[in-house]
Design a protein around this ligand. Structure first.
Ligand code: TRP
Length: 337
């Protein structure tokens, strides 16, 4: 039986937060242990350049994300874990795909459309003001990430589903012109963990600046949890669990039984101060062993680098012959064979 190829990328523009952990990292690490699947996980550092032009931040983020995944127990024997920029075939494929991608398809991409809408709302006369080609054609780079390894399943957040559909579209177009080279990928949505709330009650997201970084030192973690917004009900007054940020975060880290107990305590009127203490202790207890491994790994960047290079070797064992096949298919080859 051929194993299902599961592939996903993490853009290297910041440090992972609790929302990333619950929504993407935790399920991906669990899947890395599934011997019936062949996972490919990578640091999408070329994607980082689309939204971040601070070299130190991109470099630092690659280190932090790699350390995070390794500290959390990623199975690098089963999963191929690499840095996008260590696999130059991906960029070469990006160009081949760019040449078969309809510009009109890219016009419809959400990220581009949102940037145009911002300009129009701001009364700009040029709707494309400040929009780089990287942002415009970024779905093509993402298609190359996916098609390079003929991924079957791509776990992503809701905002990325359109890009997987575009990758299918682009793959189909290439196959139609040059023959069947690519598998059409499918998006896999992780509904359950997708919406962890942040400090202000909105979805936890870098763009809202309301995140709790995953491996924040204990003191910092406590401080941030204390900052989470609640309503002004007093201790002793019964409280709703629905829509409560403290509860929703607790739920993401607890068993059903534990959740039931807390639900009961809400009904009995647990005070917000006490609930924050409960939440801190619970999250902290779960994170501490991984945080210790993380801190140790951050002291050994050479060890992280070694693992990434190992991953790149495995990735290139596939991408290198495949790009030769694709070159041949499009007519890029030596004149004398
Ligand atoms: N663009 C994705 C994001 O912002 C990250 C990403 C890059 C990715 N390449 C990918 C995800 C390929 C899945 C497959 O979340």
């Amino acid at each position: 039986m051929n194993k299902a190829i599961i592939l996903t990328g993490i853009t290297t523009t910041g440090a992972p937060h609790l929302g990333n952990y619950v929504g993407a990292i935790r399920p991906a690490i669990a899947a890395s242990k599934d011997q019936n699947a062949q996972p490919f996980y990578f640091l999408a550092d070329y994607h980082a350049l689309i939204k971040c032009q601070e070299p130190e931040r991109v470099r630092r983020s690659s280190l932090e994300i790699a350390a995070t995944w390794l500290a959390l127990g990623l199975d690098t024997n089963n999963a191929v874990f690499y840095r996008q920029s260590d696999v130059p075939e991906i960029l070469e494929l990006t160009w081949m795909l760019t040449c078969v991608t309809a510009k009109g398809l890219m016009n419809r991409a959400h990220a581009y459309k949102a940037a145009v809408a911002d300009n129009e709302q701001g009364g700009e006369s040029d709707p494309d003001k400040g929009i780089a080609m990287g942002l415009f054609s970024y779905p093509v780079l993402m298609a190359a990430d996916i098609l390079m390894f003929n991924a079957n399943k791509v776990p992503v957040g809701r905002d990325q589903v359109q890009h997987i559909e575009m990758a299918r579209d682009i793959a189909g177009r290439f196959n139609h012109i040059y023959g069947e080279h690519f598998t059409l990928p499918e998006a896999v949505l992780d509904e359950k963990g997708a919406t962890l709330s942040g400090l202000d009650g909105r979805k936890m997201s870098k763009s809202y600046n309301n995140t709790i970084p995953l491996f924040e030192p204990e003191k910092k973690l406590r401080k941030l949890i204390n900052k989470i917004k609640t309503n002004s009900l007093e201790p002793g007054e019964p409280k709703e669990t629905d829509g409560c940020t403290l509860f929703s975060i607790y739920q993401s880290f607890a068993t059903e039984e534990e959740v039931e107990q807390i639900r009961q305590r809400y009904a009995e009127g647990i005070g917000w101060g006490e609930m924050k203490q409960v939440l801190f202790e619970h999250v902290n207890e779960q994170i501490t062993p991984a945080r210790e491994r993380y801190d140790a790994l951050m002291e050994r960047p050479d060890h992280i680098e070694e693992q990434l290079l190992e991953g790149a070797k495995k990735a290139r064992a596939i991408s290198s012959p495949f790009i030769q096949e694709l070159r041949k298919a499009v007519g890029i080859s030596r004149i004398t064979l």
